[in-house]
Every structure is written in C-alpha cells, then in structure tokens.
Design a protein around this ligand. Structure first.
Ligand SMILES: Cc1cc2nc3c(=O)[nH]c(=O)nc-3n(C[C@H](O)[C@H](O)[C@H](O)COP(=O)(O)O)c2cc1C
Length: 198
C-alpha cells in the first residue's frame, strides 16, 4: 500500500498535514491500482454538502498520459499559433512529469440548498484528502491548473462533459524531491472577536 517507506510521513494526522509539500520530481515507478484506489477512497471521504458527490476523477498513466500531452500541445498552439515544435514538445512533456496523473474535475449540479461554490469547495477538499493520503503512504503529489484547466480542447480530449470543470491536474508518484515545507503563517489572517456585552 505504501510508496517508499523512507518517504512515508509518520505520526499523527496533524503531523502528516503540516509536513506536506509539493513534489518537484517523481520517480518513474508506476503505482499499483490498489494504491490509486486508496487515494480515491480518501478523496471521496471529503465533506460533501447535500451528498452530491460533485467530484470526477480521470486517471492517466503510462501511454494514456499522451492523450493529455497532445491536448496540451494543441491548446498551446491555439493560444500561441507561433509556438515552435520545441515549445509544443515541452508542453506535451508536462503530462509525463509523474507516473500517474489524476485529473480532478467538478460536475456541479443545480440544487436548491447547495450552490455551485459549495460543490467546488467539496472537490477542493477531495483533492486535499487525496494529497494527504498520498503523503501518509510515502507518495508525493503536485497540484497544477494553468490555462489548460480551462481549455475546451483539453476537456474534449479527456472526454469530460461540457459543464465539467477541471480543478486540478494532480500528479502522483514516488517523490524524488519535494519543496521545502513552508512555515504556517497566521499573521494578519486571524481575528479573535471579543464579546464586549459582559
Ligand atoms: C487551486 C490550485 C491550483 C494550483 N495550480 C498550480 C499550478 O498551476 N502550478 C503550480 O506550480 N502549482 C499550483 N498549485 C500548487 C501551489 O502552487 C502550491 O501548493 C504552493 O506553491 C505551495 O507549495 P506547497 O504545496 O509545497 O506548500 C495550485 C494549488 C491550488 C490549490
């Protein structure tokens, strides 16, 4: 179930959460289906107002990463018709940064009590759950969006629905290098209200 035990975050859930950081470089080692399914299980345990399950997961590994790579290259060409072969190749190679890429999208539905924003937030929480679970299993992740998350060419290539929104290209794999864990900075972000009525 774990990736590399050397990298596995140990200790309390709190310690796992505060020691998370983005993975910069991944090993080529493929992941097992059981590992990917464990990550998705953690994802769908996210809080979900109205139990609408607004999340969708598109898994790309091995050669299927080419579907996204080709689409990102085509999307670049639409945005920058002068992009040369090298630039297009660089764009396509982004799909191959990790052995597994989980495209997480939201399919918000119209609901009398649960506005779309709450459904998008639930999908964001699902991505965070997935990432924390990966970290606890000794795996690493990186959350990317960029213009491709909003490209109809990319959405079509991934067979997403018209009204589906990509919230993250989540790279997953055994980490070779990670970003430094940044300090948790609360300064200026917290208000403690005093009740002056006593
Ligand atoms: C909605 C969302 C979109 C993101 N998109 C990108 C992205 O396109 N490129 C990128 O390098 N990082 C992206 N990130 C990751 C952040 O840049 C990263 O988490 C941040 O730099 C903090 O680093 P850490 O994860 O190591 O703490 C995204 C994060 C979120 C929540």
């Amino acid at each position: 179930m774990t990736g590399s035990s050397d990298n596995a975050a140990t200790g309390s859930v709190f310690e796992v959460i505060v020691s998370r950081s983005s993975t910069k470089k991944f090993a080529d080692t493929p992941l097992g289906r059981n590992q990917i399914e464990a990550l998705l299980t953690a994802a769908v345990r996210a809080p979900d107002h109205g139990l609408l399950a607004p999340w969708r997961f598109t898994i790309l590994e091995g050669n299927s990463r080419r579907i996204l790579g080709d689409a990102m290259s085509a999307a670049l060409l639409e945005k920058m018709p002068d992009a040369d072969a090298e630039a297009r190749q660089r764009e396509a190679s982004k799909a191959f940064r990790s052995p597994v890429l989980i495209v997480v999208s939201a399919l918000p539905q119209s609901h009398p009590k649960v506005p779309a924003v709450e459904q998008l937030v639930a999908v964001g929480a699902a991505i965070q759950n997935l990432w924390i679970a990966a970290h606890s299993m000794g795996l690493g992740a990186a959350w990317k969006t960029g213009s491709h998350a909003y490209s109809s060419t990319v959405k079509r290539a991934l067979s997403l629905m018209e009204d589906e929104q990509i919230l993250g290209f989540v790279h997953v794999g055994v980490p070779l290098s990670k970003a430094v864990v940044r300090p948790a900075d609360l300064s200026g972000k917290v208000r403690w209200l005093q009740d002056l009525r006593q």
